[in-house]
Design a protein around this ligand. Sequence first.
Ligand SMILES: C[S@@+](CC[C@H](N)C(=O)[O-])C[C@H]1O[C@@H](n2cnc3c(N)ncnc32)[C@H](O)[C@@H]1O
Length: 338
Amino acid sequence: MAAHPGSRPDPTHLMRLSTAFWESQVFLTANRIGLFALLADGPRPVGEIAGGLGTHPRPTELLLKACVALELLTLEGGQYGNAPAADAFLVPGKPGFMGSAFRYSDNLYDTWGQLESALRENRPPLATEAYLGGDQGMTRDFVYAMHERAIGAGRALVGLVDLGGRQRLLDIGGGPGTYAALFAQAHPALSATVIDLPGIARHAADIVAGMGVGERVELLPGDFKQTPFPDGRDVVLISGVFHRESEASCRELIARAYRCLQPGGLMIVSDVFTDRSGTGPLLATLFGLNMMLTAPDGGIHADAAVADWMAEAGFGDVTCRSFPPPMPHRLVQGVKPA
Ligand SMILES: C[S@@+](CC[C@H](N)C(=O)[O-])C[C@H]1O[C@@H](n2cnc3c(N)ncnc32)[C@H](O)[C@@H]1O
């Protein structure tokens, strides 16, 4: 990316950046109009595809060819078919389906177009309430997007932390309940309480029940800034929440989590974090902007800073770890001294 010392600057990287959104639009539009679902049963010619999608054949063929170039589709004998990744992750009903997660990115396309006004006004162009219960469709998309992402990251988290012998988990801002449900599946003696806003908790109840652990994962609808945390917990999880919150709010959540834990209790914070410099990894820096555009205090923190806040709140054995690649998440955990 950067020029080698002594070499002349090259505009290739800039040209690439200037059109990177073309690729996103091809992919997100194809996902939105149901292209990959249409090809679930096998390849088809352009005329049939346009007919099935209700689109015009001429522009559709251009889109299909771009999808082939992007390795989303294959083209053989005049028939377009799903490439392996599209078949695995973009066809509704498949176990790895992530189409709703990508719909969430799609929903934010216009919001990213307002980056300049957000910079000038220091306020998110997207009203947070819209996807946290205000707009039913956006809220549903958001919850299922969180769930589809959390399935992979949650399985990794279950493998990363040892909850053996622990019995009562509190998941603060637990969203779809996916993490709590995965922990409950892995540990039959564990029960969990998930706090999240009422509009989210409604969908979470369905998801948790569908994962077969509805009896051990309780939903507590409410605002985590006001709802008292149930005490006597031996694990607290806060995942994907700190990127919406200021440092002061994160410290407050850590202090309240500390108080509701029994001695020896474990606190786990997982999220996308930057390194100490704040300038990398790239995805984390972009994610910080994404959160600035979508939440009033949205941004990004460094895991090392969170570790400092936890240590200052009284936690011991505070450690930071990365999730297995390619997952961008990192984990900070600490133990309340016995
Ligand atoms: C990015 S999601 C993370 C969900 C889940 N923990 C995960 O990692 O997949 C952030 C969650 O925090 C919830 N949230 C944000 N502000 C909240 C508040 N004041 N009270 C309760 N929940 C809140 C949102 O509804 C959302 O479900």
